[in-house]
Design a protein around this ligand. Structure first.
Ligand SMILES: Cc1ncc(COP(=O)(O)O)c(C=O)c1O
Length: 394
């Protein structure tokens, strides 16, 4: 990769690594050099991605699949992983895994797959790819937080259009923003996180028709929504489909992907770090996907459980439940912080969305767990009657 403009490489240094020096070197000396003298100023105001401690808790906060592999498959996978050539770099092209994924995802001819360390990395690559000076990336709000974070990290401007009160796309507003701001990239999570719903397909199509640049349909929750725009890739050159194996039961492997026309994927691939998918993840994913019917049965079970949770929440006084096409349910109570804390004291960890966005005031998000975990959640919630008493939701 060539050095960016403005950087001088000094190969005459007696060091294994070339030393690089910026034309605009900081004023401080090495002894006083500190983050604010050197780093991008906006970075100092950002926070790291926070993952709460969940040890000893019923963990229903991160949209993971609660089921592990049956013991026999665990043993089989153990044997395969034990033989993995971990002394070598992994297959940089992920050939075997990609070929299995092509079938599993029904990737149309003329399209390719780019694999990432989770779809988080794919989002980052896409943002870096479009971040020409002055570039705009567009999304909706509330939605998945990493679109905004990665757009900002890439130096692009992120604009977002609020959803309507029923968490659908505000089509007129979005079309107007697209006309005025000409976004290079639009992110739409389908279904959306953290609201849980699918957007109306006809609205999504209109966004695709009107977008001046790329549209990424993030189908992270495809296993639970069973709707996809994958087949639209054939007729829509500006469409990219993003998927992840995280919600299907392989969150620990960190494997996300984007599917698109080959010409796009070839360009994005230039920004992918070499060997970004390690050998153990490649082998484990390839093995588990050879038993994909098992993951699909687990997803079926979670859909049944989702309905049980929705029914129970709907029957709980003081709770407003939003429709879900994903493996989580978002709901509103009178005091989300009190309910969140009360559940936590009872060793149940869900997600408090109260401060995430004004439209999510007093909202909480619970991931669907095993039947036993879901019962523990509902039981703990019912113990909190005193928190909800006589207070109107809203
Ligand atoms: C809509 C959406 N996209 C992408 C991701 C990231 O998934 P991954 O684990 O593949 O990085 C998430 C994670 O919660 C998500 O909700």
């Amino acid at each position: 990769m060539p050095f960016p403009r403005g950087i001088v490489c000094m190969p005459e240094q007696h060091s294994e690594f070339p030393v690089t020096r910026s034309f605009h070197s900081p004023a401080s000396s090495p002894a006083t050099c500190c983050p604010k003298d050197v780093l991008r100023p906006e970075l100092l105001d950002w926070s790291s991605y926070h993952v709460p401690d969940s040890s000893g808790m019923v963990k229903l906060d991160a949209m993971e699949n609660p089921y592990s592999l049956p013991a026999e498959l665990q043993r089989e996978m153990g044997t395969i992983l034990a033989r993995a050539p971990i002394n070598r770099y992994p297959d940089a092209g992920c050939t075997a895994l990609k070929s299995r994924l092509r079938d599993y995802l029904s990737v149309p001819n003329g399209c390719e797959i780019l694999l990432g360390n989770g779809s988080d990395e794919i989002i980052q690559i896409l943002c870096m790819a479009v971040a020409r000076p002055g570039a705009t990336i567009m999304g909706v709000e509330p939605s998945f937080v990493m679109y905004r974070v990665s757009a900002a990290a890439a130096g692009a401007t992120y604009v977002s259009v609020p959803l309507t009160d029923d968490f659908q796309l505000d089509l007129q507003q979005m079309l107007e923003v697209m006309r005025n701001r000409r976004p290079a990239l639009v992110f739409l999570a389908f279904p959306n996180n953290p609201t849980g719903n699918l957007f109306r397909r006809a609205d999504v199509m209109q966004i695709l028709d009107a977008a001046p640049g790329l549209v990424v349909i993030d189908e992270a929750y495809h296993a639970f929504a069973r709707q996809s725009l994958m087949s639209e890739l054939v007729s829509r050159p500006n469409l990219l489909i993003m998927r992840t194996l995280s919600k299907l039961g392989l969150a620990g492997l960190r494997l996300g992907m984007v599917v698109g026309r080959s010409a796009w994927i070839a360009e994005f691939d230039k920004l992918r770090l070499p060997y970004n998918v390690n050998v153990l993840s490649q082998l484990a994913a390839d093995f588990v996907l050879s038993h994909v019917d098992l993951l699909e049965r687990q997803a079926e079970q979670l859909l049944l459980e989702r309905q049980c949770i929705i029914d129970a929440l709907q029957g709980t006084p003081g709770v407003q439940v939003f429709p879900s096409d994903a493996n989580f349910v978002t709901f509103r109570v009178a005091d989300a912080c009190a309910v969140f804390d009360g559940l936590k004291q009872r060793q149940v960890l869900i997600k408090n969305l109260h401060l995430a966005h004004p439209m999510l005031r007093n909202c909480l998000r619970v991931t669907i767990g095993t039947p036993a975990e879901n019962r523990m959640f509902l039981h703990a919630l019912n113990e909190l009657d005193w928190i909800r008493e006589n207070v109107h939701v809203g």
